[in-house]
Design a protein around this ligand. Structure first.
Ligand SMILES: [Zn+2]
Length: 109
């Protein structure tokens, strides 16, 4: 399959109409969805909003004063952060600050 000028024009038009890459691929024929996406990218066509919504990270800017002590295994779906109010100028609550300090002195010993 070659990207002739006519096919590129058609790709641009369909892309701007908001068709999905797979719909464009079937209109053009003899081309894969991935080829359409790749060509659109190379043409610098503006990317369209993805249907996949970003998942908010548990620690956001508004929650940055929360204790960020990890609880559980990060690979485990139940993994979370402590979430208590952090001590001033510390990333952790007082309880976890104490644990962090104890760990450091354990390492030093
Ligand atoms: Zn904590």
């Amino acid at each position: 399959m070659e990207w002739t000028e006519a096919r590129v024009d058609q790709l641009k038009r369909l892309w701007e109409e908001g068709l999905s890459a797979s719909q464009i691929a079937s209109r053009l024929g003899d081309v894969t969805r991935n080829a359409v996406i790749g060509k659109a990218h190379r043409l610098g066509l503006s990317s369209r909003p993805s249907p996949i919504k970003r998942v908010n990270h548990p620690i956001t800017a508004t929650q940055e004063r929360m204790c960020q002590w990890p609880i559980g295994n990060p690979r485990d779906p139940s993994f979370r952060f402590c979430g208590k109010t952090a001590a001033p100028d510390r990333p952790y609550c007082e309880e976890h600050c104490a644990m962090a300090y104890r760990r450091k002195s354990d390492n030093a010993a």
